[in-house]
Design a protein around this ligand. Structure first.
Ligand code: IDC
Length: 466
């Protein structure tokens, strides 16, 4: 369902209502017209997601406020992006963010939100920009593809994700860059280093950075299954060297303490403290490191996970005070959903620490609408990071589910949730991005990609919104 509402306000129209002057004291008073493209990009039971493209057709403005009224009083903005969203009664307002306050004549900016609804989900009939009504012809536009948030700034050619963003931090429910701007990182996860270490070399990492345009390498360091516990020194060194390889190529690195079986992270608490003390000390001066302290807790309560986090986080902070830390969630990092729970157990009892995010994982062929609606809802309250997802079933194999993968990645793009795909490896399983034998052969070009690899690369390699 996509509608376009285009209009040029009559010459000499009043340009700013007094309410807008209060909201935007520095706004220039010269809006003469505007166009709004409002697209419902996703709908589910009780909720929906909309993209809103605002185009300024008048004189350049240096601040703006967009207003519209929902036709159904049950419609409510839950979580918005690329503007400060508020709602009073049925009227929603989006005020510019700092970085998109300037709109030249003809310039546009993409906003969006997830909303809740009690029933019908009609499209607002009209919009105002700085008090000027964007009325006019209404009709379907040519495409129903969800819009990706875009910005008025473009990174300079050749600039890397790390150079463009610097040290990251958590701001509200988002991941923000050094300029305090919400960003999304998109990248790949390694497979277990104990099995696929040969896949991470100069050629493969160059391909990831330069051909895939990945922002992020997640380094999956299994603790069991012949992982860290068998040789802490080797695994610690290897993780450190891969953080450095990512840094050299301008990518962020997530250090994943890949607990899986047993599912209670407290089983590995001492190992976690030793490991994170070492890697946090080694990488403290680097701006590209993010710590993921427990891959997928399972068969364990949220309070046990929280207790683990509150013991490991201070160890990291003691050595590397400013890095973002990501905390696994119950039910294989499903925010509890796979255990019959949901995000409220975290919202009501969050980890006692700042600058942290919570992990959400999905496998597109196994985890669908009820997981997506949980993420849409949770994203309004919790900073989320999808440190691992698959295009296939939760076994890591089976059929690639293109439709579900697309729905997921559209949602993550709209919510600006960062993600890494399982796996950048040539494992003989459909989740792997590289065909079996690739890492021995050494050619990481597009001919080496599996169906999953080609699909994920097509998403990751599009221009970043930094
Ligand atoms: C899978 C690997 C597979 C390996 C198995 C056991 O793809 O080769 O034999 O682990 O170690 C996860 C886990 C991740 C799993 C993946 C697919 O984080 O370790 O990898 N998965 O099953 N959670 C959900 C799915």
């Amino acid at each position: 369902m996509k509608r376009s509402i285009a209009a040029l306000a009559a010459a000499g129209a009043t340009v700013l209502g007094s309410a807008c002057l209060v909201l935007l004291p520095q706004a220039s008073a010269a809006t003469a017209g505007c166009r709004v493209d409002y697209t419902v990009t996703n709908q589910w039971q009780g909720g929906f997601q909309a993209g809103v493209k605002v185009t300024n057709l008048g004189d350049a403005i240096t601040g703006w406020s967009l207003r519209f009224t929902f036709p159904d009083t049950g419609q409510k903005v839950a979580q918005g992006w690329n503007a400060t969203w508020s709602q009073s009664g049925a009227t929603a307002t989006a005020a510019n963010a700092d970085w998109n306050r300037q709109l030249a004549t003809g310039a546009s900016t993409d906003l969006g939100f997830t909303g809740t609804t009690t029933g019908a989900n009609p499209v607002p009939a009209s919009f105002t920009l700085n008090g000027v009504t964007c009325t006019g012809t209404t009709g379907p536009t040519t495409t129903t593809t969800p819009t990706t948030p875009t910005t008025t700034t473009t990174p300079s050619p050749g600039s890397t994700p790390l150079a463009a963003n610097g040290q990251l931090h958590v701001c509200g429910v988002h991941l923000c860059n050094e300029a305090n701007r919400a960003i999304q990182l998109r990248g790949m996860s390694t497979h277990g280093l104990q099995w696929f270490d040969s896949c991470y070399n100069d050629a493969s990492l160059d391909a990831l950075a330069k051909d895939w345009h990945a922002d992020l390498l997640r380094i999956a360091m299994y603790v069991q299954e012949k992982g860290y516990e068998t040789n802490p020194a080797w695994f610690t060194d290897r993780v450190n060297s891969l953080v450095g390889e990512a840094e050299e190529r301008g990518m962020y690195a997530v250090i994943d303490f890949h607990t899986l079986t047993p599912g209670d992270p407290n089983y590995n608490l001492d190992r976690a403290k030793t490991f994170f003390a070492a890697v946090a000390a080694r990488n403290a001066a680097r701006k590209n490191v993010i710590y993921e302290i427990a891959n997928e807790p399972n068969g364990v309560s949220w309070s046990a996970i929280k207790n683990y986090a509150e013991q490991v986080i201070p160890v990291i902070r003691a050595a590397d005070p400013d890095a973002v830390v990501i905390v696994g969630t119950r039910g294989w990092s499903s925010l509890g959903v796979s255990d019959g729970s949901n995000e409220t157990e975290i919202v009501n009892n969050p980890v006692n620490a700042t600058n942290i995010m919570y992990t959400f994982h999905f496998y597109a062929a196994s985890h669908k609408d009820n997981y997506r609606s949980t993420v849409s809802r949770a994203a309004a309250k919790l900073p989320l990071f999808v440190t691992e997802f698959g295009t296939v079933t939760a076994t890591g194999g089976g059929t690639l589910d293109q439709a579900s993968t697309t729905a997921w990645l559209d949602l993550l793009d709209q919510l600006q949730i960062s993600y890494a795909n399982w796996t950048y490896s040539d494992a003989d399983e459909s989740s792997a991005a590289l065909r079996p034998g690739t890492c021995a052969g050494g050619d990481y070009g597009t001919g080496s990609l599996t169906a999953s690899g080609a699909l994920v690369r097509s998403r990751i390699s599009t221009p970043d919104n930094f």
